[in-house]
Design a protein around this ligand. Structure first.
Ligand SMILES: Cc1cc2nc3c(=O)[nH]c(=O)nc-3n(C[C@H](O)[C@H](O)[C@H](O)COP(=O)(O)O)c2cc1C
Length: 446
């Protein structure tokens, strides 16, 4: 079999993820593995669409190989996939799968994104391998990689693949822009990927600005001269300074992070926000894993069928959860755009005014635990992150709670004796309620 390895890592040949395919090539010499380094040089591929079609046609199976970048795939690979779709070529029936490496922080949203896009192109998609970046260094990791590959061969032999959901075209219902409302300049940043031909998104943003009681600052990413996507070089790890000198750090820190709230505005493209918005997301890696906008309310204005894009909704909400932001929802134009925009504006205005914080759910708590353990181990390299985590009490390791642990040993010892357990009866539950009863006892009417 011929496998085309679409290497989406901006590090090209130096990609950690690529090593898994190189390992498989050595273990299974009867098959050929041809890598193309699309993450290192996305522009070249855009300029040669015929070459993309030729390479894919020559393969029995395409393996998308990439590092997970900020909940999804690197912007460079996203750009390649956009170019692949834009060829309009018939890839239907072609087998495809994926290999990623990461720290398992939202690897599942990245995987779903790739699967959905490959299936859009009619490809027969087989579940991929989501490995930790160090897995290949362990016996078990290598075994799992081989297991994945043998499963892939099995699927291809018997014509098996994942079933695809049917595409639902967006409704793009009309949006009214109130004439009385004025767009006031102010301190709420609207970060938009707004193409001048995208009248629908333009109107949605205009309505939001007209009905929103606070002033806004529209940052249109189309006007920003990005020199490129994040290179994954880690040069920003010590001091937060990016190797690119295109002014992105200033834009981010002076106009966006200092805003009272941040609204993201985009049109759904290929089950995501498009590669330009992803470039913006990835380049924020100069903030490392620091939750620098903690407490700020977030919202989104989305043109497209967001209700049908479960994965994208998860990315938007989980990002707010991990960042410790108050999520005020996404207004979209699928059902009742005017109402959604107005309600979103009301919720956001209230969140700014009340300065409320909300507890994180599983997406936020789970994500932060991965970051905590990662930064603790990498503190020598990720110095700015380490300082931030120490200053903000984000090293909340359970082993620090010694008194609580000792108390649990005591309760556990009592609970393991059938005699004491019988005597205790419902006292354990009552004991657990004691601190709550104390609070309720002290509570007075507001
Ligand atoms: C910009 C950037 C964003 C990242 N985002 C994530 C992420 O969301 N989840 C995760 O688990 N790892 C994330 N990582 C870590 C990479 O996925 C990981 O280091 C990967 O193994 C690198 O593979 P490569 O050498 O093939 O590029 C990120 C790294 C960078 C540089």
């Amino acid at each position: 079999m011929n496998f085309l390895i679409v290497n989406g890592s901006p590090k090209g040949e130096n990609s950690i993820t690529l090593q898994t395919s190189l390992y498989l090539a050595k273990r299974y010499p009867a098959h050929t593995f041809v890598p193309i380094h699309v993450g290192k040089n996305p522009r070249t591929w855009e300029q040669h669409p015929g070459e993309i079609v030729r390479r894919v046609a020559a393969a029995d199976c395409v393996i998308f190989s990439y590092p997970v970048y900020t909940f999804l795939i690197p912007a460079q690979l996203m750009r390649f996939m956009e170019a692949m779709k834009a060829t309009g070529a018939d890839f239907s029936g072609k087998y495809a799968t994926q290999i990623s490496t990461s720290k398992h922080f939202y690897d599942m949203t990245a995987h779903r994104f790739v699967r959905e896009n490959a299936q859009d192109m009619g490809m027969r998609f087989v579940d991929g391998l989501s490995a930790d970046m160090e897995d290949l260094l362990t016996e078990q990791g290598r075994k799992q990689a081989e297991g994945f590959f043998e499963d892939l061969l099995f699927n291809m032999k018997y014509g098996l693949c994942e079933s695809a959901s049917p595409a639902v075209p967006p409704a793009h219902r009309p949006v009214k822009v109130p004439v009385c409302g004025k767009e006031k300049p102010g301190r709420v940043a609207i970060v938009a990927d707004l193409d001048e031909d995208d009248e629908q998104l333009g109107r949605m943003i205009a309505r939001f600005r007209a009905v929103f009681p606070y002033g806004t600052d529209l940052v249109n990413l189309r006007e920003f001269p990005f020199k490129g996507g994040c290179l994954g070089c880690f040069r920003c790890a010590a001091d937060g300074v990016c190797v690119y000198k295109d002014g992105f750090g200033e834009l981010l820190r002076d106009r966006i992070q200092t805003a009272d709230a941040i609204v993201t505005a985009f049109t759904v493209r290929d089950h995501g926000m498009g590669s330009l918005m992803k470039t913006y997301d990835d380049r924020q890696f100069m903030n490392g894993h620091r939750t620098v906008t903690m407490g700020k309310p977030l919202a989104a204005i989305v043109s497209g069928n967001l209700p049908a894009e479960e994965n994208l909704r998860c990315v938007l909400e989980a990002r707010a959860q991990v960042g410790g932001n108050c999520w005020c929802g996404a207004a979209c134009d699928e059902v009742d755009p005017d109402g959604e925009i107005d309600r979103c504006a009301m919720r956001l205005a209230r969140a700014i005014h009340e300065k409320r914080t909300c507890p994180q759910n599983f997406w936020g708590v789970g994500g932060m635990k991965i970051f905590r353990d990662l930064i603790w181990q990498m503190q020598g390299l990720m110095r700015a992150d380490h300082r931030f985590f120490k200053e903000h009490g984000q090293y909340d390791f359970p082993q620090k709670k010694r008194t609580r642990m000792l108390a649990m040993y005591l309760v556990g010892a009592m609970n393991s004796s059938p005699k004491i357990r019988a005597k205790l009866g419902s006292k354990m539950t009552e004991g657990m309620l004691m601190p709550y009863r104390k609070i309720l006892g002290e509570t007075r009417a507001k």
